[in-house]
Design a protein around this ligand. Structure first.
Ligand code: ADP
Ligand code: MG
Length: 173
C-alpha cells in the first residue's frame, strides 16, 4: 500500500501507541500530527492554545495534516482533526482512514494512568470521565463517518494491529 493511512479517534484511543506498532508491522513511516506541529511551532499544544486559542491550534493542525500526508506514511492525527470538514475530505480522498474506537471509561482510565494526560489543556474544564464521555458523544458519529474502517481500540495493541491489517487486506481485495 502506498497511499497514507490515517488513524482517527479520541484522545487516549491509542493513535500514537498503536500507530507506532502498526507502522512497524506494515513498513510505513510514522508521523504524529501533534508532534509535528509542536516541533514546527516550537511550542507545546498548551502554549499554542494559550497564545493563539483553539482556533489557532486547529489551523496549525490542518496545515500539519497536509504537510505530513505522504505515500507510505501512517499519520496519527490529533483527536480533533476530524472537526474540520476540509480535513475529513482530505483524509478520505488522499488515503485510508481508520477509527480506533473505544468506550469513554477505557479512554478515561488510560488518560488518568498516563503521565502525559495532564499536558493537554482540558476542552471542557470537567473531570476526565465526564469530559471524555461528552467529547465522544459529540464526535463518535464524525469519526465513524470519516473512517473507511472501524476497529475496537480497547483490545491490546497487537490485536488491533491484526484487525487493521485484515481490514486493509479486505478493503483492497
Ligand atoms: P492517543 O495518541 O490516541 O491520544 P496514546 O497512544 O497516547 O493515545 O495512548 C494513551 C495511553 O493509553 C498511553 O498511556 C498508552 O500506553 C495507553 N494505550 C494506548 N493504546 C492502548 C491499548 N490498546 N491497550 C492498553 N493501553 C493502551
Ligand atoms: Mg497521540
Amino acid at each position: 500500500m502506498t497511499q497514507p493511512l490515517f488513524l482517527v479517534g479520541a484522545r487516549g484511543c491509542g493513535k500514537t501507541t498503536t500507530g507506532k506498532a502498526l507502522s512497524a508491522a506494515l513498513g510505513l513511516h510514522f508521523i504524529d500530527t501533534d508532534h509535528w506541529l509542536q516541533r514546527e511551532a516550537r511550542m507545546t499544544v498548551a502554549q499554542i492554545v494559550e497564545q493563539e486559542g483553539w482556533e489557532g491550534f486547529r489551523a496549525r493542525e490542518s496545515q500539519a495534516l497536509q504537510a505530513v500526508a505522504a505515500d507510505s506514511t501512517l499519520v496519527a492525527t490529533g483527536g480533533g482533526m476530524v472537526l474540520a470538514q476540509q480535513n475529513r475530505c482530505f483524509m478520505r480522498e488522499r488515503g485510508t482512514v481508520i477509527y480506533l474506537c473505544a468506550p469513554a471509561q477505557v479512554l478515561a482510565q488510560r488518560l488518568e494512568a498516563s503521565p502525559e494526560a495532564g499536558l493537554r489543556p482540558t476542552l471542557t474544564g470537567r473531570g476526565t470521565v465526564d469530559e471524555v464521555a461528552q467529547i465522544l458523544a459529540e464526535r463518535d458519529a464524525i469519526y465513524r463517518e470519516t473512517a473507511h474502517h472501524i476497529v475496537d481500540a480497547s483490545l491490546p495493541p497487537a490485536l488491533i494491529v491484526e484487525h487493521v491489517t485484515r481490514a486493509l487486506a479486505q478493503g483492497s481485495a
